[in-house]
Design a protein around this ligand. Structure first.
Ligand code: SAH
Ligand code: SF4
Length: 369
């Protein structure tokens, strides 16, 4: 089996090159060809020593992900579906904005956390992506979209695609390093965001290993409700999660944590619940709230909060001095909005036996009414 060079951060690539009898600066050259120029053919890496090119030929490759489909939204978002073998596919979404380009990257095929309101969660879990498969999403998108010149297209990466990034920690951290490396994509730590459903011990590890911007999917002001929406809350609970957020901030590139909050009609969107959130985090966790109007998918049986409800909820937080934004829905005409990413997942966790499903025509959120 040939080695996939996308699996390596710069130190790992230097180690690999050293094994071939090559100095570190050769690894830097190779890394730059791959990530900065998007070159996959060793023969075209013109300033790379012939001897190294000869050693790489046949032994190593740059294994891109086979593209299964591309959908372009009316708002300019692009969703790519990549075949990752075994009947599985993952999704990556590009979201252009006036000032920047954001790429939403997947970390797993499916997700084992099983949040009630998430399409990926409903599909179950097949496997972790490798570092190379995570990096390949950025490599593909950046070099497909860059036309001529060398102007960078993607300057913001959010680990908010399919999967729970911290459940695939060992592969995600080297991928983050490739994104941050000045010889790689050179992204600012503030513009690479790990979004997690809240794995306390791993938030602590990330703080030590590779602190980037942190988003935490909170979704509820109390354990009783969060236990039902985000099942892994039963392990540590909200108090321990908030304490980990405060510890994280000591090393983070930003001085706040972003709390994501998916707005579900009649479930977590009342003024009382907004006030409870203020009591929970106020004066304790420097934070911003990002309210995400729920993006429906057929099996959820849940409904999106009305625009008025979302605005009223936001107003309670804002009046308490908490910066609160409402996420604009992008790409929903191509099922690329938050929580709609489904790919193809050969579920190995039999999640459909665990998650309640909506009866056809149900008027109450299944299991939450
Ligand atoms: N697993 C990570 C990252 C991927 S999900 C996490 O849970 O944070 C990215 C964001 O989309 C999370 O905040 C998640 O709660 C939110 N989300 C999931 N399903 C959604 C849906 N149907 N509508 C709106 N947001 C959703
Ligand atoms: Fe997994 Fe995040 Fe979806 Fe929850 S919201 S099931 S953690 S991808």
């Amino acid at each position: 089996m040939t080695v996939n060079l996308l699996d390596f951060d710069l130190d790992a690539l230097a180690g690999y090159c050293e094994g071939l009898g090559e100095k570190r600066f050769r690894a830097v050259q190779l890394f730059r060809w791959i990530h900065q120029k998007g070159e996959s053919d060793f023969a075209r890496m013109s300033d790379l020593a012939q001897s190294l090119r000869a050693k790489l030929a046949g032994a190593a490759e740059l294994r891109a992900l086979p593209l299964a489909s591309e959908h372009r939204s009316a708002d300019g978002s692009i969703k790519w579906l990549f075949d990752v073998g075994g009947g599985n596919a993952i999704e990556t979404v590009y979201i252009p904005e006036a000032e920047r380009g954001t790429l939403c990257v997947s970390s797993q095929v499916g997700c084992a956390v099983g949040c009630r309101f998430c399409s990926t969660g409903h599909q179950g879990f097949s496997r972790n992506l490798s570092t190379g498969e995570i990096v390949a999403q950025l490599w593909f998108a950046e070099h497909r979209l860059r036309v001529g010149g060398s102007q960078r297209v993607i300057d913001n990466v959010v680990m908010m695609g399919m999967g729970e990034p911290l459940q695939n920690y060992a592969a995600v951290v080297p991928a983050l390093r490739v994104m941050l490396d000045d010889h790689g994509y050179g992204l600012s730590r503030r513009r690479v965001t790990v979004s997690t459903s809240g794995m306390v011990a791993l938030i602590d590890r990330l703080r030590e290993d590779c602190p980037v911007a942190l988003a935490v999917s909170l979704h509820a002001p109390d354990d009783a409700l969060r236990d039902r929406l985000v099942p892994l809350n039963r392990k540590d609970g909200i108090e321990a999660l908030l304490a980990a957020c405060v510890r994280y901030l000591a090393r983070a590139p930003r001085d706040f944590v972003t709390f994501e909050y998916c707005m579900l009609e009649g479930v977590n969107d009342s003024d009382d619940q907004a006030r409870a959130l203020v009591r929970l985090v106020g004066g304790r966790v420097p934070c911003k709230f990002n309210l995400i109007p729920f993006n429906p998918f057929p099996a959820s049986g849940l409904r999106r909060s009305s625009r008025e409800r979302v605005l009223a909820f936001a107003a309670v937080l804002q009046q308490a001095g908490i910066v609160t934004t409402i996420r604009r829905t992008r790409g929903d005409d191509i099922d690329a909005a938050c929580g709609q990413l489904a790919g193809e997942v050969q579920d190995r966790t039999r999640v459909h036996l665990r998650l309640p499903r909506a009866a056809p025509g149900a008027t109450h959120p299944a299991g939450l009414a």
